[in-house]
Unconditional design. Structure first.
Length: 107
C-alpha cells in the first residue's frame, strides 16, 4: 500500500503494557494548589479529598500511580459542588457515577 503525495496517515504504536494499575476517567482528576487530587466516596457516603500521583493522561483516561486503591469509588462530575467531608449520594447513570448533594442533581 502506498500514499499519494500530499496524503498522510495517523498511527499509534503500543510501546509498553503496564499491568496492575489504577486507571480512572481523566475528568475525575482535579488540579489544586497542592497538586492533583480526586474525591473518593467513603463507606459513610462522604467525600474524601485524596492527593494522587498521575503518571500519564491520555485518551480520556488517567493512570494513577499513588493515592487510590482498586475498587474505590470516585467522583467523576459535579466537583464544584463537592466539599471535603460533605455528604453525597451516589446516582448510577449507566456506566458512570455522578454525585448528588442533598436533593439537587449534579451533571
Amino acid at each position: 500500500m502506498a500514499l499519494w503525495p500530499g496524503l498522510s496517515i495517523t498511527t499509534r504504536l503500543l510501546v509498553n503494557t503496564v499491568p496492575n494499575v489504577i486507571v480512572v476517567p481523566d475528568e475525575a482528576v482535579q488540579r489544586g494548589p497542592n497538586g492533583l487530587y480526586v474525591y473518593v466516596v467513603t463507606p459513610a457516603s462522604r467525600a474524601e479529598l485524596r492527593d494522587v500521583k498521575v503518571s500519564r493522561i491520555e485518551g480520556g483516561l488517567a493512570l494513577v500511580d499513588q493515592g487510590l486503591s482498586a475498587g474505590e469509588r470516585i467522583v467523576t462530575s459535579g466537583h464544584y459542588r463537592v466539599l471535603p467531608g460533605g455528604p453525597i449520594e451516589i446516582v448510577d447513570g449507566g456506566a458512570r457515577i455522578t454525585v448528588m448533594l442533598s436533593t439537587t442533581k449534579v451533571h
